[in-house]
Design a protein around this ligand. Structure first.
Ligand SMILES: Nc1nc2c(ncn2[C@@H]2O[C@H](COP(=O)(O)OP(=O)(O)OP(=O)(O)O)[C@@H](O)[C@H]2O)c(=O)[nH]1
Ligand SMILES: [Mg+2]
Length: 276
């Protein structure tokens, strides 16, 4: 009398040639094609640096909309007296928080940049005036060979629902200065939504402490010969809370920075033109 082992539902039933039968859903081993340089672009990692001073009420709107392409979010807290940090941790438990080393937005950004580990760094305000959904537009240009990508409110597709008359005039005047001094044709200047390759962080040689850091970044990017692109960006009104910017005093600091850092100026930070 022959006996048959009871069939094991885990085991595939053998085929006449002794091999297990392939079922639909089984993974097929595909021969892997050889990867050549330039075939498949590797995905670059992205750090988002967010300076925040008393922005607890705005953080939820901002953090909820950060796209999945961002790998790391760094919140640089400027000794907020509200629940900025607690709110950030509540909305995004993986957020990395760093404490800035001195006063001002410039100091906060430099602290955040130094802590970032991604291939690309994106900087964005915490007040809800910049829509996180635009981040992929910046990354698109970096992925396609640009080194420094800045938002522009003054090209088709961009705009501002926040610029007051005095700020708009100031921005246009400072823009004229930068275009003359640096022989360029940028369309916007005092706007802090930017992205750049982290490998160029040293080349940007940032020293500013206040709002003039945005102008310093652009001035040094131009002087270093970085490939700069502008993407349209819509600036929204800050969602709640008070502005930290003083249009006249900060405008003067931007002007001083642009003049001091102009090509050929003795006081300018040494920038390694043509090193790349
Ligand atoms: N960590 C830190 N963040 C700052 C400091 N100053 C400003 N910020 C942040 O930098 C971003 C830009 O500052 P805002 O006050 O919005 O300046 P602004 O956008 O020119 O002004 P509004 O248009 O009125 O909003 C915001 O996220 C602020 O919370 C600071 O000293 N430390
Ligand atoms: Mg703002």
């Amino acid at each position: 009398m022959s006996t048959t082992a009871p069939s094991d539902p885990q085991q595939p039933s053998p085929t006449p040639n002794g091999r297990p039968m392939r079922r639909s859903g089984d993974r097929r081993e595909q021969p892997k094609p050889m990867r050549r340089a330039g075939d498949v672009p590797a995905r670059h990692t992205v750090s988002l640096v967010v300076p925040a001073h008393n922005e607890a009420r705005n953080i939820p709107w901002v953090f909820e909309q950060i796209p999945r392409c961002v790998d790391e979010v760094i919140l640089v807290d400027g000794s907020s007296s509200d629940a900025t940090l607690a709110m950030a941790r509540h909305c995004l438990p993986t957020v990395r928080s760093v404490q800035q080393t001195g006063p001002g937005k410039g100091n906060a950004l430099r602290t955040g940049f130094a802590a970032a580990t991604g291939d690309y760094i994106v900087m964005m305000d915490a007040d809800g005036s910049m829509w996180p959904g635009e981040i992929p537009h910046y990354l698109h240009f970096l992925d396609n060979g640009y080194d420094f990508v800045k938002g522009s409110r003054c090209i088709a597709g961009g705009g501002s629902l926040d610029l007051t008359r005095i700020r708009s005039l100031g921005n246009r005047a400072l823009l004229t200065v930068v275009n003359r001094l640096y022989h360029t044709m940028l369309t916007d200047l005092c706007y802090g939504y930017c992205a750049f390759r982290r490998s160029f962080l040293d080349e940007l040689r940032l020293r500013s402490s206040g709002f003039e850091i945005e102008a310093e970044m652009i001035a040094h990017a131009l002087r270093s010969g970085l490939r700069i692109a502008e993407v349209p960006s819509l600036e929204l009104p800050r969602r709640s809370g008070r502005s930290h910017l003083h249009a006249v005093a900060d405008g003067r600091r931007v002007l001083r920075t642009l003049i001091a850092e102009r090509p050929g100026a003795r006081s300018a930070a040494p920038v390694a033109v043509g090193e790349r």
